[in-house]
Design a protein around this ligand. Structure first.
Ligand SMILES: N[C@@H](CCC(=O)N[C@@H](CS)C(=O)NCC(=O)O)C(=O)O
Length: 203
């Protein structure tokens, strides 16, 4: 059985969402980032970066959430993985774009405005992060003005990867980006997304 390392409160939530869409069972090691379990030589053997998520698919070890989702969707011939090579390339484009332009930026913005205890928040980090989040959301807004979904005419791994990474966007004011806000809500309305949100929020 596929094994997934990583808590629903981490970037492993993206993989849990995809596994839910594909209806694939997994042996879930619900380990938090930086937990003692991720600091063992055994875990470092799986991922020398000591980060989650990691999968073990019958001995095939893979880290990096975006790569894991692309691999699993393609391997299982999911309709969420586009058949058209151009749309497939768009899945990669948006996944890489998110990792580069939005992933840590939105996390850092939320950590330093509300998630961390007040004494640990650094306004300069929040400000610098927000200054990167804004143009990234502008890019997303423009793209969603041209097409309802990011890679082709229906929800795909591109939408899943970007929307799952934008989980924190559900709790911030996205009024300046109405299309992105509506798209994010559409993505998170999916049953697999709701289940992951429940796991993440302990419901
Ligand atoms: N680019 C990686 C990032 C993985 C990552 O940073 N994971 C965090 C949890 S969300 C982690 O394990 N952090 C542990 C640490 O910072 O040592 C991915 O998308 O999988």
């Amino acid at each position: 059985m596929l094994r997934l390392y990583g808590s629903a409160k981490s970037r492993a939530s993206r993989v849990l969402w995809l596994l839910g869409e594909l209806d694939i069972p997994c042996d879930h090691k619900d380990w938090l980032p930086r937990s003692p379990e991720t600091r063992t030589p055994e875990f470092r053997g799986l991922n020398p970066n000591a980060r989650v998520p990691v999968i073990d698919d019958d001995g095939f070890i893979l880290s990096e959430s975006m790569a894991i989702n692309c691999y699993l969707a393609k391997k299982h011939k999911s309709p969420l993985w586009p058949a058209d090579p151009r749309n497939e390339a768009l899945v990669l484009q948006w996944s890489l774009w998110e990792t580069d332009r939005l992933d840590r930026q939105i996390v850092n913005y939320c950590r330093h405005t509300k998630d961390l205890p007040e004494a640990e928040r650094k306004p300069e980090i929040a400000k610098a992060s927000w200054e990167e989040v804004v143009p990234a959301l502008d890019v997303l807004e423009t793209a969603l003005g041209k097409s309802e979904w990011l890679a082709g005419s229906s929800f795909s791994v591109a939408d899943l990867n970007v929307a799952s990474a934008l989980y924190r966007g559900l709790f911030i004011d996205l009024g300046r980006w109405p299309r992105a806000k509506a798209w994010l809500a559409r993505c998170w309305e999916r049953p697999a997304a709701k289940r992951v949100r429940g796991m993440r929020e302990g419901k």
